[in-house]
Structures are given as structure tokens and as C-alpha cells.
Design a protein around this ligand. Structure first.
Ligand code: PLP
Length: 281
């Protein structure tokens, strides 16, 4: 397995980061994940644009332009022979003596990438539908930044794992913010697709944006607004989206069946449309 670290393609075992890396000490870094289907990157331009924005928001210089990133990603995917899976990218503020404030100008960011071969399209969970639980959203106030500081999400996902379900939906002031690693959607009984509007309270999901564009083709109206846990329990359908899950039907929330208790037709249609678009991309 070959990974990318600071300008070099290396065997996994040889890729080492110093203990003073600010990613390790402070989670002072940004990450991105793009899916790979048929050896090609899905929605990648949007992921790279979000990477650039996240880095800008915390004052880390983006070491590559989009074309530069894509060249490295493509080479890594090819070197690993990945046809289907994910490419993970991470940039930290680099290596410096431990001090909370930024290190001196000229400190080089640490740049790392790896691929994971995994089934994205024929995911059995997409057939059965996922169960989710709701948990309190314990995160900070800049969730629009795709930071590697993921402790609240780690704890949320662990609660889900211990409950034997696939995902945790995080809740703040009674409203669902998003999944621990996904965007949350419901379909109301009036065929309205509802998802939280973008703000600093959640990550601007790339898959979310693509799915909202496809909603018209599934004959769905869209409302970007807060929705409560109570409203989610009563929804006709529910699902979550991410680069790795695509469009994942939700069939149960906190032990309550959603709709018919199986993946709903509108969710299935959106997944089909998204997969079509992804495979063309
Ligand atoms: N929300 C959070 C908190 C996430 O961590 C993720 C993905 O990891 C998403 C939403 C989905 O974003 P995307 O569709 O860009 O993968």
C-alpha cells in the first residue's frame, strides 16, 4: 500500500510524522474525503474547493491548487490500483515546538493522503436501510470547517456502535444538526425534502449539495430549514448523505420505525440519481 506524505509516494510503513506535528498535538488541521468509483474521483472539484476554504478559515496555506491536488490524488489512486473506495487528504499546520499560537511563518504544512479500497456502490446497508440514534451535539461553533478535531463525532459514533446502529444524528436545541459523519435529511408526508440550511452550525456537505440539485428530478420540493427529532420520527422517509455513504436510507430513529420501516422509494430514487451522476462524472 502506497501513501503520500510531503511530496513523496511511500510504502505505508515508511510514512512517519514527528510527534511535534500540530495535527497530533492540537488537531490543528483540515481533512477531506472523496469517493472513487471506477477509478475516478466523485464530486472532487467541490471537495477540493471545500478543502481550500477550510484551510483558509484557519489560516493554513493551501500547498496545492486544485489541479495540483487532483494530479497527486490520481497518481495515488493509480499506484494503489483502487477501482472503488475513498481517498483521504489531510493538511496540518506542520511541525513546531509546542505552543498554542501559530508557529513562525515559513513552517511547512504537513500534507498526507491515503486510499482505502472499499465497496461504495453495492453497500448492503443501502438495501436494508440504516438505523440511527440521536445524541446531543457536543461540538464547537465552527462546524462549517472540516477540522480533524473530531472528538465529539468519535464519541457520537461510538454511542451508535454500542447501540448496534450505523449512525448518530446530533441534536441541538431539539433540532437535528447533522450526522456524526453525514448530512441528515427527512422527506415529509407532503413530498418535501427537508434538510438544515447551511450555517456555521454544520458542515456544508458536498453530497448534500449534489442531492439537493437532483431533488427536482425525483419530483421533490426542497425546504432548507431546521427539523426537530419529533418531526423526524413522523417523517415519511429519512436518509443521510456523505462521500462514503452516498445516499443512505434510514429506516429507524431511536428505535422508532420510519415510514414503512424499509428504504423509501424517494430515497431509493435519489440514491439512483446520485449514483448515475457519480458514475458519469
Ligand atoms: N457532516 C459531517 C459532520 C461530516 O463529517 C460529513 C462527512 O464526513 C458530512 C456531513 C458529509 O459531507 P460530504 O457529503 O461532503 O462527505
Amino acid at each position: 500500500r502506497i501513501v503520500y506524505l510531503n511530496g513523496a509516494f511511500l510504502p505505508f510503513e515508511e510514512a512517519r510524522v514527528p510527534i511535534m506535528d500540530r495535527g497530533f498535538l492540537f488537531a490543528d488541521g483540515i481533512y477531506e474525503v472523496s469517493a472513487i468509483i471506477d477509478g475516478k474521483l466523485v464530486d472532487n472539484a467541490a471537495h477540493l474547493a471545500r478543502l481550500d476554504r477550510s484551510l483558509g478559515e484557519i489560516g493554513i496555506r493551501n500547498p496545492h491548487d486544485a489541479a495540483g491536488w487532483e494530479k497527486l490524488q490520481t497518481e495515488l489512486v493509480a499506484r494503489n490500483g483502487v477501482r472503488e473506495g475513498l481517498v483521504y487528504m489531510q493538511v496540518t499546520r506542520g511541525v513546531a515546538e509546542r505552543d498554542f499560537a501559530f508557529p513562525k511563518a515559513g513552517t511547512e504544512p504537513t500534507v498526507m493522503m491515503f486510499t482505502q479500497a472499499k465497496t461504495v456502490l453495492a453497500n448492503p446497508l443501502a438495501e436494508t436501510g440504516a438505523r440511527v440514534i440521536t445524541v446531543e451535539d457536543l461540538r464547537w461553533k465552527r462546524r462549517d470547517i472540516k477540522s480533524v478535531a473530531l472528538l465529539a463525532q468519535v464519541l457520537a459514533k461510538q454511542q451508535a456502535a454500542e447501540a448496534g446502529v450505523a449512525e448518530a444524528w446530533m441534536v441541538e436545541d431539539g433540532a437535528v444538526t447533522e450526522g456524526s459523519s453525514s448530512t441528515a435529511f427527512i422527506v415529509s408526508r407532503e413530498r418535501v425534502l427537508v434538510t438544515r440550511p447551511l450555517s456555521t452550525a454544520l458542515l456544508p456537505g458536498i453530497t448534500r449539495a449534489s442531492v439537493l440539485k437532483l431533488a427536482g428530478e425525483a419530483d421533490l420540493k426542497v425546504e432548507e430549514r431546521l427539523f426537530s427529532v419529533a418531526e423526524a420520527y413522523e417523517a415519511q422517509e429519512a436518509f443521510y448523505t456523505s462521500a462514503s455513504a452516498f445516499v443512505m436510507p434510514v429506516v429507524e430513529i431511536d428505535g422508532r420505525s420510519i415510514g414503512e420501516g424499509r428504504p423509501g422509494p424517494l430515497t431509493r430514487r435519489l440514491r439512483e440519481l446520485y449514483v448515475e451522476a457519480a458514475c458519469q462524472g
